[in-house]
Structure formats: C-alpha cells, structure tokens
Design a protein around this ligand. Structure first.
Ligand code: SF4
Length: 74
C-alpha cells in the first residue's frame, strides 16, 4: 500500500506528490522553498500553497528522504 499524497495546481499545470512513508517531517522543503509552498501538518509536509510554486526544484533536491516528486523536476 502506497501512502502518497498529491497536490495539483490547475493554473500552473503542475503536481507535487509526497510519499508519506518516506517523509519524516524534517522540514527541509519548508526551509528551502523560496515561496513558502510547504507547511508541516501533523508531522508531515504538505504542499498547501502549490499555486505559489516557481518550479525551481529546490524542494526535490533538498529532501533527504527522496519523498518529493514534482512534475516539473523529473
Ligand atoms: S519547486 Fe521550488 S518553488 Fe516549487 S515547491 Fe519546490 S522549492 Fe518551492
């Protein structure tokens, strides 16, 4: 059973998926994202503000657990 959460931005045409089996809530994505896309909810990252994403891929590179998949960063 996968435990992958998905956020989409219709205006930007992008998706962010976070594997909650891998996410430890360490918060590196929250720290590095220049536009505050992420927040921690109950110890897991959530891409709540995906509409603010500038598709820089810093979050994908920063995650020590490879938990983030971004449609623009593959
Ligand atoms: S790609 Fe860049 S702007 Fe978009 S969520 Fe990741 S760190 Fe933030």
């Amino acid at each position: 059973m996968s435990n992958i959460k998905k956020w989409s931005s219709e205006s930007l045409g992008i998706t962010i998926e976070i594997d909650y089996d891998k996410c430890t809530g360490v918060g590196e994505c929250v720290r590095v994202c220049p536009t505050q896309v992420y927040e921690l909810i109950n110890g897991k990252s959530a891409a709540t503000n995906i509409d603010q994403c500038i598709q820089c891929c810093a979050c994908v590179a920063a995650c020590p657990n490879n938990a983030i998949k971004h449609s623009s960063c593959e």
